[in-house]
Design a protein around this ligand. Structure first.
Ligand SMILES: NC(=O)c1ccc[n+]([C@@H]2O[C@H](COP(=O)([O-])OP(=O)(O)OC[C@H]3O[C@@H](n4cnc5c(N)ncnc54)[C@H](OP(=O)(O)O)[C@@H]3O)[C@@H](O)[C@H]2O)c1
Length: 296
C-alpha cells in the first residue's frame, strides 16, 4: 500500500483517541506534521506525556495536546468530551481509535463487559457528545477504527455482557462488528450535514494490542511472547498501519463518501451482519440506553 501524504491541514483540529501507542500515535504524528492542531487521548498520564514528547519531536509541531480518559469509565468519557468542547472551537476530524482486547472477562465499574465498553460504547458516547461541534465544523469527518475481525462478530442482545461463554476473540469481534454497524447507522443520521463517517481495518499491525492479548499466568505469557515474536515480523509496522486512518481522515477522494468500510485505502463490502440495518438500529438504541443518551 502506498503511503498517504495528507493535504495541508493547517487550521484543522483533529482528535485521535488512544494515541499513546500503535497506529493512533503514528497517525497523530502525520496529522501534526501536516499542520493540524492535534489532540491525543490516553489512559495513563506518563504514557500521554511520553507520546506528546515523541509526536512534537517527530512532527516539528508544538500544536499537540494530550488529554486523559479511561474508556472503561463513562464518566471519564464525558469529562473528556467536556474538555474537548472547552478547548476546541472547532473539530474537523474525530478518529475513534482507542481499543483493547481482554483475555479474561472483566466488567467495568458500570457493570459492562470491558471490551464492548471500551471498543464500542466509549466511542459511541464520545462521538455523540461531540457531534454538534463536529457538525458546526463541517465539512468534517469521523473515522472509526474497526477490524476485519468484525466478520467473525455476532450480537446477542440477551447476553451483551457475555455472561455465558466469554472468549477473547468473540468479545473483540463483537465490539468491532459494533464499530461497523455504528458507522453505517451514524452515516445515515448525518446525511446532509456535511459530516462523513467511515470505518476501516488497518491491516495486521505489530502494536501493543497483541501484548494485551497475552494470557495472565507468567509461563503462558512467556510462551505467548515466543510465539508472537516471529509472527510480528509478518505484520505491518505501526507507520504503515496508520495509513488507512490518514487516508480516511484526509483524502480528498473521500470528501463526500460516507458509511464505508475501508481496507488498504479501498472501500470493501463488510460482513453480511454489518449490513443489517435493523441490527444497526437496535444496536444504536441499546447503546443509547447503556450510555444514558437519548436514542434520537
Ligand atoms: N494492531 C492490529 O493488528 C489491529 C488490527 C485491526 C484493528 N486494530 C484496531 O486499531 C486500534 C488501535 O490499536 P493498536 O493496534 O494501535 O493497539 P495499541 O498499540 O495497544 O494502542 C491502543 C491504544 O488504545 C489505548 N487504550 C486501550 N485501552 C484503553 C482504555 N481502557 N481507555 C483509554 N484508552 C485505551 C491504549 O492506551 P495505552 O497506551 O495506555 O495502552 C493505546 O493508546 C484498536 O481499535 C484496534 O482494535 C488493530
Amino acid at each position: 500500500m502506498a503511503t498517504t501524504k495528507p493535504p495541508d491541514l493547517a487550521g484543522k483540529t483533529i482528535l485521535v483517541t488512544g494515541a499513546t501507542n500503535g497506529i493512533g500515535l503514528e497517525a497523530a504524528v502525520v496529522f501534526a506534521r501536516a499542520g493540524a492542531t492535534t489532540l491525543i487521548t490516553g489512559r495513563n498520564r506518563a504514557r500521554i506525556d511520553a507520546a506528546l514528547t515523541g509526536i512534537r519531536q517527530r512532527s516539528g509541531s508544538n500544536c499537540v495536546e494530550g488529554l486523559h480518559a479511561d474508556f472503561t469509565s463513562q464518566a471519564s468519557v464525558r469529562k473528556l468530551a467536556a474538555e474537548v468542547l472547552a478547548r476546541c472551537p472547532r473539530l474537523d476530524v474525530l478518529v475513534n481509535n482507542a481499543g483493547s482486547v481482554n483475555p479474561a472477562r472483566t466488567l467495568t465499574g458500570g457493570g459492562i463487559e470491558t471490551t464492548f465498553a471500551v471498543n464500542h460504547l466509549a466511542p459511541f458516547l464520545l462521538t455523540n457528545l461531540l457531534l454538534e461541534r463536529i457538525a458546526a465544523s463541517a465539512p468534517a469527518r469521523i473515522v472509526n477504527v474497526a477490524s476485519v475481525a468484525h466478520t467473525r462478530g455476532t450480537l446477542d442482545f440477551d447476553d451483551i455482557n457475555f455472561d455465558h461463554d466469554y472468549r477473547i476473540m468473540r468479545a473483540y469481534s463483537r465490539s468491532k462488528l459494533a464499530n461497523v454497524l455504528f458507522t453505517r447507522e451514524l452515516a445515515k443520521r448525518l446525511a446532509g450535514t456535511g459530516v462523513t463517517v467511515n470505518c476501516l481495518h488497518p491491516g495486521t499491525v505489530a502494536t501493543g494490542i497483541w501484548g494485551h492479548g497475552a494470557p495472565d499466568s507468567h509461563w503462558k505469557r512467556a510462551l505467548f511472547a515466543i510465539v508472537m515474536a516471529p509472527a510480528k515480523a509478518f505484520m505491518l509496522t505501526p507507520e504503515l498501519g496508520a495509513q488507512t486512518i490518514v487516508y480516511a481522515a484526509t483524502s480528498p477522494e473521500l470528501a463526500d463518501r460516507t458509511g464505508m468500510y475501508l481496507e488498504k485505502n479501498l472501500p470493501k463490502q463488510p460482513a453480511p451482519l454489518a449490513l443489517d440495518d435493523e441490527l444497526a438500529r437496535r444496536l444504536w438504541d441499546t447503546s443509547a440506553a447503556m450510555t444514558g443518551l437519548d436514542s434520537d
